[in-house]
Design a protein. Structure first.
Length: 145
């Protein structure tokens, strides 16, 4: 028996084990290599919210709707709808303030900003260059802040 024959015999005996180990460990090895490859590449910046143009458009639309509701709706219908619109204005105003780096109070998750905070944030956004309607408010004050 020559050295070549011994090598062939060892390869035949070890082949099933090597194939099994490849099947088991190849996905882990590929995932490790992919993670290392991804770590070498610099991360691309990810926006934290919608584009500022969309936020400004939504704020203008909601403020216009608020003005229309204040002027036209029946008192019983108006209170609930105004509160809902003001909550939406509050959410968009906080998102826009974050996007522009304008200081603003952080409301608790179920609540929205109260009317003075909301008016202050909207004026600060307008001062930061966001185009909003000239008249802001009056916002309702029924104890929901």
């Amino acid at each position: 028996m020559t050295i070549l024959d011994i090598g062939r015999l060892a390869l035949i005996v070890a082949a099933p084990t090597l194939i099994g180990a490849t099947v088991v460990y190849a996905p882990r090895f590929c995932a490790f290599v992919a993670a290392r490859w991804q770590a070498r590449r610099p991360e691309e910046p990810v926006p934290i919210g919608p584009p500022i143009q969309q936020l400004a458009c939504d704020l203008r639309r909601l403020l216009r709707l608020h003005g229309e509701l204040t002027a036209s709706a029946h008192l019983a219908m108006r209170a609930h709808r105004l509160w809902a619109v003001e909550a939406a204005i509050s959410v968009r105003a906080v998102e826009a303030a974050r996007a522009l780096g304008v200081p603003h109070p952080e409301p608790e998750p179920p609540a929205s900003l109260n009317r003075t905070e909301l008016r202050t944030v909207l004026h600060a956004l307008a001062g930061a260059g966001l185009v909003l309607p000239a008249k802001v408010g009056p916002f309702i004050g029924d104890g929901r802040y």
